[in-house]
Design a protein around this ligand. Structure first.
Ligand SMILES: [Zn+2]
Length: 496
């Protein structure tokens, strides 16, 4: 039985005060260098502390100018550092989150099989970027080789940061390490194929996590009989087509904390064929990623346990497999949701909102402070925003702004789209209270409007991560988004 691996690509982050101490000198040292703008001696000045022998000659021959993402290994030519890497960061005014990620990827790629520990001199990088750069480094050091006979052989385990001045402190490094563990966990679960990762598997992963952190986490699992007793018929309309039975998994973090919880609800469709409204064959393999909302909630739960943030959080995973079979729901079938509202299932591929709506009704019993659902919900959101930004839908301006801000801080950004009553009539059905789709226009919005009908009793935001939860093509794989965004959001609530 395959299980989620034990963080063997985890990197410890630390701060050092002396780059020249004997144990540092034998490790790869990375020096970040700004592009020479107008001052002739600027490059040489920045490289002074690297103690490159014959610096003038080296600069001439190497043609190193500090241009963005120029990376030069310099072996045995520095008296201080036998394995020195100089990395151009270009014009610091032009640096942004995406550029920091590219730099981090180059540095990690160049060193991750070379050593256990590397040191990075951040002195030439503006302090305001240190946090995002450290986060980007943890994201770059990920490999999924669970099913490869030849393993990735990453050796890198520690990054030590040196800087004359830095905004990084030990609390931030602890948070970054926790985010790293959570985000890698989410990516790992997302990448795990549908024949291994099915609803019960996700429930088992939640129980295992609670086993690791028994003082912090309680887990309850609802099976299909319990769901039937609760009247969760919209959920069951999805899961009944599959041989794999559905689960609702509830994780309560810091239950003893005397405050109303933030509730995170994740869509966990472990494989989405579309059901009787079958999807086309091309790229259907990527529908194993349709559980990335639930994987995000599990990743956040792991990150919370690792960071021990003092906040009360409940996670709810809506786990089902959407398959066509003799038991599957037909287009036109009508179900009564747990809320009492009836739904005509016009398209069985719009199943995410069916498993979510009953879960969103169920979690009201926690009397939430606020609720955020995270779902790979609509192709329409990918059409609107591509694979760069997640869609944010909420009638709550303050909550929206807090999520937008957390997204900027963690470079895991969202873009707000409308959820308003003007669109609700698109969900009208002649036979039931609503249909489960709203026609060809504004599909991401009508999906949010559908969920809104089940969330009127509490503060609520919906994140559509269909574009951002995974990459396709050569880079195919789960991104672990939006774990950084949600951890930043929760950390900000603790510190405010
Ligand atoms: Zn679907």
């Amino acid at each position: 039985m395959m299980t989620a691996k034990d963080n063997d690509d985890f990197m410890k982050l630390s701060l050092i005060t002396d780059l020249l101490s004997p144990e540092i000198k034998v490790q790869p040292v990375i020096s970040l260098i700004q592009e020479n703008k107008n001052d002739d001696n600027n490059l040489a000045d920045q490289l002074q502390s690297s103690q490159i022998t014959q610096l003038e000659q080296w600069l001439e021959l190497s043609q190193f100018e500090g241009k963005f993402n120029q990376l030069h290994p310099i072996y045995a030519q520095s008296e201080a550092f036998p394995q020195l890497f100089v990395v151009g960061i270009g014009d610091v005014e032009q640096l942004n989150g995406i550029k920091l990620q590219k730099l981090a990827q180059s540095i990690v790629k160049a060193t991750q099989k070379l050593a256990e520990t590397i040191s990075i001199d951040l002195s030439n990088l503006p302090e305001t970027l240190h946090y995002q750069f450290a986060l980007a480094l943890t994201q770059a050091n990920y490999a999924y080789d669970e099913f490869k006979t030849k393993k990735s052989e990453i050796t890198l385990k520690n990054i030590q940061f040196f800087a004359e001045q830095t905004s990084l402190d030990s609390a931030q490094l602890t948070l970054l390490q926790a985010i790293q563990k959570g985000q890698h966990f989410t990516r790992h679960l997302g990448n795990t194929p549908g024949n291994v990762c099915f609803p019960e598997y996700l429930a088992d992963e939640a129980l295992k996590l609670a086993g690791e952190f028994p003082d912090l986490l309680n887990v309850t699992v609802l099976n299909e009989q319990q769901m039937a007793d609760l009247g969760m018929n919209a959920f069951l309309a999805v899961s009944k087509g599959s041989e794999r039975s559905g689960r609702v998994v509830l994780l309560e973090y810091n239950a003893q904390q005397n405050q109303k919880p933030v509730v995170l609800v994740g869509k966990g469709v472990t494989f989405d064929t579309g059901g009787i409204s079958l999807k086309p064959a091309a790229t259907m393999d990527e529908m194993k990623f349709d559980m990335c909302g639930a994987a995000t909630v599990l990743g956040v739960m792991r990150a919370l346990c690792e960071s021990k943030l003092p906040i009360h959080v409940v996670g709810a995973l809506a786990c089902a497999e959407n398959m066509p079979s003799g038991h599957a729901t037909r287009p036109g079938d009508i179900v009564t949701t747990m809320s009492g509202q009836t739904v005509e299932v016009l398209n069985t591929d719009a199943e995410g909102r069916l498993v979510l709506c009953d879960t969103l009704t169920y979690i009201a019993r926690y009397e939430p402070e606020l609720v955020i659902d995270i779902a790979t919900l609509t192709g329409a959101c990918v059409v609107a925003l591509g694979k760069v930004l997640s869609g944010l839908f909420s009638p709550d301006n303050a909550l929206s702004q807090a999520l937008i801000d957390a997204g900027e801080q963690s470079f895991d950004r969202v873009w707000r789209l409308p959820v308003m009553d003007d669109y609700q009539e698109l969900l009208d059905s002649p036979f039931a209270d609503m249909g489960n789709i709203g026609g060809p226009y504004g599909g991401a919005i009508t999906a949010a409007c559908f969920l809104q009908r089940f969330t009127r009793d509490y503060r609520w935001a919906h994140l559509d991560i269909a574009g951002t939860a995974w990459l396709s093509g050569a880079q195919k794989g789960a991104t672990g988004r939006p774990v950084p965004l949600l951890m930043q959001f929760l950390a900000n609530r603790v510190s405010n």
